[in-house]
Design a protein around this ligand. Structure first.
Ligand SMILES: *Cc1c(COP(=O)(O)O)cnc(C)c1O
Length: 391
């Protein structure tokens, strides 16, 4: 199949499919840890160099995993990908694979709690980490220097929805030959043009929009063949980072509907943002798809959509936020996102609980802040539920 002239929606249904001799329609789930060899010589040869369609051990690779990897790589426009046990395994594997003691990473300060934790751990091993305000290009310019190993950021930050200019930051990084690693979860592969915009490595937690139904954990590292197979894979395969074939199979089915789901969710997110903007019980409503968002123009140029996530700052601090959460009936309190079911999260007491109050304040994670992941319910029902809870 020639992928180059197909739309993402078609690639999400077909790319990477490998059929066995039975010609099965649905992708087969190869629930096997290993593969039998015809001879000792074949085993020896395969350990020396496994061909495109040859496998050794599921921790190294598996046909179902490979279908999932090839499909996401086709969507993202990268040469290759490696699927991992979770989004965090993907971030950890990527950073560990490229860093050694003395390496220097520049990262945006506004990051998912586990990403911040990982950067703390890396500093224990003599890796220098400089945190910057991801939206301030001057800070990137002064932090990235000769010898910087990589820059790392969420293209849309969790949970305050700051949007980082991938093109501009990539230019700064590439001037010093630093690798550009983008955690692109909130952008989703549907709205991503990260590679065209300069990213070298694009990471997803596939637990989110790719699974799309909150069933399984997964992650993926997308990049050049050289990066994925020669840099990331050796670390990931030896440290147990590979996704389970069962989860890869779930993700493959998730991908087939992702485009439709994500576009519907983004339409609803915009409708909710417009309906609630200026509500008297909200001291702030953050949605990159609204013109009042500080990076609205950048968002539309970079992603063409405001995405599926909102952040609402509720009047009355933690008590006010908790009251609203507890009054919601349709929207569930949980901490996943990108799920078919709409979800609210109170970051200050859950995902970002580990941070100090000052650090949370610096990131805009106020006591009243609530993150909303918009699902596939009818937007009118979601607006009614949110208005009732706020009222
Ligand atoms: C959820 C999330 C992760 C981690 O993914 P897991 O699959 O939960 O390990 C990383 N980055 C961002 C932005 C996320 O939202």
């Amino acid at each position: 199949m020639n992928n180059s002239n197909l739309h993402k929606r078609s690639l999400a249904v077909h790319a990477g499919t490998r059929r066995s001799q039975y010609g099965e329609m649905a992708e087969a789930m190869f629930m096997t840890q290993g593969f039998a060899y015809d001879s000792a010589e074949q085993a020896e040869a395969r350990f020396q160099k496994a061909g495109e369609d040859e496998f050794i051990y599921a921790r190294y690779g598996n046909p179902t995993n490979r279908m999932f990897e090839d499909r996401v790589a086709a969507l993202e426009g990268t040469e290759d990908a490696f699927a991992t046990t979770s989004g965090m395994a993907a971030v950890n594997g990527t950073l560990m694979a490229i860093c050694k003691s003395g390496s220097h990473i520049v990262a945006a300060r506004a990051l998912f709690g586990s990403n911040l934790y990982l950067l703390d751990v890396m500093q224990r091993f003599g890796i220098e980490v400089t945190l910057v305000d991801g939206t301030d290009l001057d800070q990137w310019r002064s932090a990235v220097r000769e010898g910087t190993t990589a820059v790392f950021f969420e293209s849309v930050s969790n949970p305050t929805l700051e949007v980082v200019d991938i093109t501009a930051v990539s230019e700064i990084a590439h001037r010093h030959s630093a690798l550009v690693i983008v955690d692109n979860v909130f952008a989703t592969p549907v709205f991503s043009h990260a590679v065209e915009q300069g990213a070298d490595v694009v990471i997803y937690s596939t637990t989110k929009h790719i699974d799309g139904a909150g069933r399984a954990l997964g992650g993926i590292v997308c990049g050049t063949k050289q990066f994925v197979r020669e840099v990331a894979e050796p670390y990931l395969k030896h440290s147990g980072g590979a996704i389970s074939p069962f989860n890869a199979w779930l993700m493959l089915t998730g991908l087939t509907t992702m485009d439709l789901r994500v576009r519907a969710m983004a339409d609803s997110a915009k409708a909710i943002a417009e309906a609630l903007n200026g509500h008297q019980k909200l001291s702030k409503l953050i949605y990159p798809g609204l013109p009042n968002h500080p990076q609205h123009e950048l968002t539309m140029a970079q992603m063409g959509s405001g995405g599926t996530m909102l952040a609402l700052e509720i009047v009355g601090g933690k008590d006010g936020a908790f009251e609203v959460l507890n009054r919601l009936e349709l929207v569930l309190i949980s901490n996943n996102l990108g799920d078919a079911k709409s979800i609210v999260t109170h970051p200050a007491t859950t995902t970002h609980q580990r941070l100090s109050e000052e650090e949370r304040a610096r990131l805009g994670i106020s006591p009243g802040l609530v993150r909303l992941s918009v699902g596939l319910e009818h937007p009118d029902d979601l607006i009614a539920d949110l208005k009732r809870a706020l009222g």
